[in-house]
Design a binder for this molecule. Structure first.
Ligand code: 8YV
Length: 322
């Protein structure tokens, strides 16, 4: 008998087919977002689950699921997993690193440029029929080329973002839990390590790509926004909760920073309604990894991890190492 698994959210049909060769698969192609109680109910008797970032795998849930052996997240971020609880219950956990680095870095640039150069704001204005003439000072914004790019969270995605700045003749400064090796700093356009406060004072464009954890909660709050340049932009590609959204709304409203680009929000898919009142913020619905090829690669990566883990092999992207 094949082990039973749940694919928690809708996914590419060919990935379901691949999983069906190994497992008795319960899918959710209607893409219902389960409550914790529904998720627990659906996972009863299952050996594995393929999850996305919206499924919380924690002590409460695992206590109810003695048959569960593995959870494979279709995301590089895994703040939805309590890894200590997984270990305590002998549940393997995996994520999907690397396959999304370049696509997410591309999107980081798109968001940074749209934010600095006021692309969505000016398009809304044009669509609203406001464009009657050219003016020297319509939609002026800061330059990207020749400016200082500040990256907080210099992992693989942060380094891919930094590397793209070579063509824009930018200086790169970064802050990270640990300093990169000289080789990695060279790869990342000769990035210079700075303390967070120094980075915030110096950078013209700040990009956040650090993982969410209790330690990174509100990495950018009122005090941090207060020391940024009034001409600076802020982009969050990482997770909601890394930025204090209420503090950011205040800073944007009072033009204490120029603009922000946000792909992630506290409590998403809900977000603070005041963002909609602001013209100096670009808002996207958590799509940084959403290229056709990359989302397929992420889904296949999560499936391959699950297939390995439930057939007694070490999953390539195991998070619950000893
Ligand atoms: C995912 C992400 O699309 O990989 C991550 O950590 O944030 C995104 O690429 C999303 O989390 C779906 O699970």
């Amino acid at each position: 008998m094949k082990p039973a698994i749940l694919v928690v959210r809708a996914i590419f049909p060919e990935v379901l087919e691949k999983l069906s060769e190994h497992f008795d698969v319960e899918s959710n192609q209607d893409d219902v977002v389960f409550t914790p109680a529904e998720l627990a109910h659906k996972l009863k008797g299952k050996a594995g689950a393929m999850t996305t970032a919206s499924a919380r795998i924690n002590e409460d849930l695992l206590q109810q699921l003695p048959d569960l052996k593995m959870v494979a997240n279709m995301a590089v971020g895994y703040d939805n997993f309590d890894l200590a609880a997984c270990r305590a219950h002998g549940v393997l956990a995996s994520n999907t690193p690397d396959v999304l680095n370049e696509t997410t870095a591309d999107f980081g640039w798109a968001l940074m440029m749209a934010t600095a150069r006021r692309i969505t704001e000016s398009e809304h204005w044009l669509r609203a029929g406001e464009w009657k003439k050219w003016r020297y000072d319509y939609f002026l914004g800061p330059d990207i080329h020749g400016s200082t790019l500040g990256i907080i969270g210099m992992g693989r995605i942060g380094q891919a973002i930094a590397r793209r700045s070579i063509g824009f003749n930018m200086k790169v400064v970064y802050h990270n839990r640990s300093r990169l090796s000289p080789d990695n700093e060279a790869y990342a356009n000769n990035a210079t390590y700075l303390e967070k406060e120094d980075l915030l004072r110096q950078a013209d464009h700040v990009v956040l790509v650090l993982p969410y954890s209790p330690a990174s909660h509100h990495t950018i709050a009122a005090a941090e926004l207060a020391i940024m340049k009034p001409t600076a932009t802020l982009v969050n590609l990482a997770r909601g909760g890394i930025v204090d959204d209420v503090a950011l709304i205040g800073a944007l409203r009072e033009r204490r920073i120029a603009a922000a680009g946000l792909d992630v929000f506290e409590n998403e898919p809900k977000f603070h309604p005041d963002f909609l009142e602001l013209s100096n913020v670009v808002l996207t619905p958590h799509i940084a990894s959403a290229s056709e090829a990359t989302r397929r690669a992420m889904a296949n990566c999560a499936a391959d991890n699950l297939i390995a883990g439930l057939s007694g092999k070490t999953p390539p992207n195991l998070l619950t190492t000893a």
